[in-house]
Design a protein around this ligand. Structure first.
Ligand code: FES
Ligand code: FES
Length: 154
C-alpha cells in the first residue's frame, strides 16, 4: 500500500491498514500540524487535503487513502522558512489565537482558493463550515482568507 504525503511516497505495511490517517501522520511521520481535537469528525482540527480535498483525518483509515496524495500544513509551508500567503494572512488579519484550529482552517481555505481564487465571503464561510474555532472569531478568519485570495489570482 502506497501513500504520498507532501510529495514523498511512502510504502505502508498492510498491517497498518486500520490505523487512522491522523495517528499515522502524527506518530509515524512526526507531522503534528494536524491536531487531534474531537476525534469524531466534528471539529476539523485534523483536516488535511487528500487529492486536493479537505478530509478529516481522524475519520479515515490508511486503507481508505491508499494510493492517494495527502497535503498537510507542513507541506504547504515553504522550505525556506518563510510563510505561505495564507499563513501570513492569518497573522496579518489577527486570525490566530491558540492556533489549534489554524492548520485545518488554512488547508480548507487553500482547497477553496485553488478552485475559486475570488470567493465571496459567504463562499468562504461555507468552505470553512466544517472547521470550528473556539477563540478567534470567524470574521478575522474570513478576512484572512479574503486577504490571501489575491495571491491565488494570476
Ligand atoms: S479531530 Fe478530526 S474532526 Fe475533530
Ligand atoms: S485559534 Fe484557537 S481554536 Fe481557533
Amino acid at each position: 500500500m502506497k501513500l504520498t504525503v507532501n510529495g514523498v511516497t511512502h510504502e505502508i505495511d498492510a498491517g497498518l491498514a486500520e490505523m487512522r490517517l491522523l495517528d499515522w501522520l502524527r506518530e509515524e511521520l512526526g507531522l503534528t500540524g494536524a491536531k487531534a481535537g474531537c476525534e469524531i469528525g466534528a471539529c476539523g482540527a485534523c483536516t488535511v487535503l487528500v487529492d486536493g480535498r479537505p478530509v478529516k483525518s481522524c475519520t479515515r483509515r490508511l486503507r481508505d487513502v491508499a494510493g492517494k496524495s495527502v497535503l498537510t500544513i507542513e507541506g504547504l509551508t515553504p522550505l525556506d522558512g518563510s510563510l505561505h500567503p495564507l499563513q501570513q494572512a492569518f497573522l496579518d488579519a489577527g486570525a490566530v489565537q491558540c492556533g489549534f484550529c489554524t492548520p485545518g482552517m488554512i488547508l480548507a481555505a487553500h482547497a477553496l482558493l485553488l478552485r475559486n481564487p475570488a470567493p465571496a465571503r459567504a463562499e468562504i464561510r461555507q468552505a470553512l463550515q466544517g472547521n470550528l474555532c473556539r477563540c478567534t472569531g470567524y470574521q478575522q478568519i474570513i478576512d484572512a482568507v479574503e486577504l490571501a485570495a489575491k495571491s491565488y489570482q494570476k
